[in-house]
Design a protein around this ligand. Structure first.
Ligand SMILES: *Cc1c(COP(=O)(O)O)cnc(C)c1O
Length: 421
């Protein structure tokens, strides 16, 4: 459920007309709904209410300062995967003890910044990382709280580029070697083992892979406890999918996920952490774009938009589907027309949808890409020298630009010409 609905024939974000934002900031742009972000966060919070828990929003999905502040004020912690994300979370007001550091390639500098700045835990992904973390902790005179990310070898049944829990993926430590690696960690004086971490992939539309992974996690918890480790925290990762396509089977609800977590792990008495990204931000955002031309081709018509693959790369990168709707609500019963919906970038990959049924549109009309709040703006680039598009946050009847569109001069002047030229 989101807060992007038609009112009297016009698409609104909460109580603000999309056309009003377009008139103010120009197109294309991203717009996020505060009420939707909070609704998704609270759905998880309630789903886990029966257990001691913390929701660490995976901020790689959408790391705008205003989005982070909105969630942090509601009580969210953050899952970060880089120094930049750590610093962004801190700048948005998130305390260090609510920040979890994930990722396979944390550099020594990243580890130093997070450990000295304050951190809830590191999710360690390899023995070499463990050694570096131990060394940095000893040097700083600190003890680093850790979980080890375990690769449970389950098939998340999602797009290959976002599956992370199979043994062939680069993530985590094979579950078969967990006891050995925990023994190694326990012997390092700069580390304090506090729990176990898993994250098996993104956009999972079925609970079964999660349940398989969590059952393995439950067994491993008992094994490691028997080995003398203090396992008090289980980080379950993110990955719950969202419905990108109306009419498709809906992914499981947070409530069902929560019940499954309680069933598989509740008896262990651990503090539960989850790291949802997409499920919180995905359906809380739209990308709004304008039709530049309607072009008739050989046997097909193209809607050429002012938004492109550099602004929203998911269709080109993951063959992802986004529902695309007209900002002016089509009259009931209007005959749909099939369009290929494309951007202006000089690549055939700059195609958002093929043969998509839309109401008839003309140049100047606005369209909105739904489910664009996660892995949208954060993955944008300035390919084709197209300035990054602005982001807008709506709150009730108010809206604010939360990242402005750079001017062409700002974009160009980021380059410097060496003095020999
Ligand atoms: C990407 C990622 C997440 C978030 O995944 P979503 O599918 O957006 O929920 C959580 N944890 C880790 C370690 C990740 O890499």
């Amino acid at each position: 459920m989101d807060h992007f609905l038609y009112r009297d024939g016009a698409l609104f974000a909460e109580d603000v007309a999309i056309s009003e934002i377009a008139a103010t900031v120009g197109t294309p742009f991203y717009v996020y709904s505060t009420a939707t972000l909070l609704r998704h966060f609270r759905a998880f919070d309630e789903a886990l209410a029966g257990m001691d828990h913390l929701i660490c929003y995976a901020m790689k999905a959408n790391s705008n300062q205003a989005v982070l502040r909105t969630l942090a004020q509601a009580g969210a912690g953050m899952d970060v995967v880089s120094q930049g994300e750590y610093l962004r979370a801190r700048a948005a007001g998130v305390p260090g003890d609510k920040i979890v550091f994930s990722g396979v390639g944390k550099t020594e500098e990243e580890i130093r910044v997070a450990l000295s700045g304050g951190i809830r835990q590191f999710n360690v992904e390899s023995e070499p990382e463990m050694e570096v973390l131990n060394a940095v902790a000893l040097e700083l005179g600190l003890v680093a709280p850790i979980t080890v990310r375990i690769n449970p070898d389950v098939d998340a049944k999602t797009h290959a580029k976002i599956a992370t829990g199979k043994s062939e993926n680069k993530f985590g430590i094979p579950i078969a070697r967990a006891r050995e690696v925990y023994a190694m960690a326990a012997a390092m004086p700069g580390l304090e083992v506090i729990g176990i971490d898993v994250h098996i992939g993104s956009q999972l539309v079925d609970l079964a892979p999660f349940e398989q992974a969590y059952q393995k996690l439950a067994e491993l918890t008992e094994t490691l406890r028997a080995d003398g480790h203090k396992i008090t925290r289980l980080d379950l990762g993110g990955g719950l999918g969202i419905p990108y396509e109306t009419g498709n089977q809906a992914p499981p609800l947070p409530a069902d996920y929560g019940a499954m977590v309680e069933r598989t792990l509740g008896h262990l008495g651990c503090e539960i952490e989850i790291e949802p990204g997409r499920l919180i931000a995905g359906n809380a955002g739209l990308m709004v774009s304008k039709v530049i031309y309607v072009k008739s081709g050989e046997g097909r018509d193209f809607l050429i938009l002012d938004g492109a693959m550099n602004d929203l790369v998911r269709p080109a990168m993951y063959d992802a589907h986004h529902d695309i709707v007209a900002v002016n609500e089509p009259e009931p019963g209007v005959e749909k027309h099939l369009y290929d919906i494309v951007g202006p970038v000089c690549e055939s990959g700059d195609t958002f949808a093929k043969q998509r049924a839309m109401p008839p549109l003309v140049a100047g009309d606005l369209v909105a890409f739904r489910s664009a709040g996660a892995y949208g703006a954060v993955m944008a680039s300035e390919y084709n020298s197209r300035p990054l598009i602005p982001e807008v946050l709506v709150h009730g009847d108010q809206f604010a630009v939360i990242r402005a569109r750079p001017t062409f001069d700002e974009m160009i002047n980021r380059d410097t010409i060496p003095e020999w030229l």
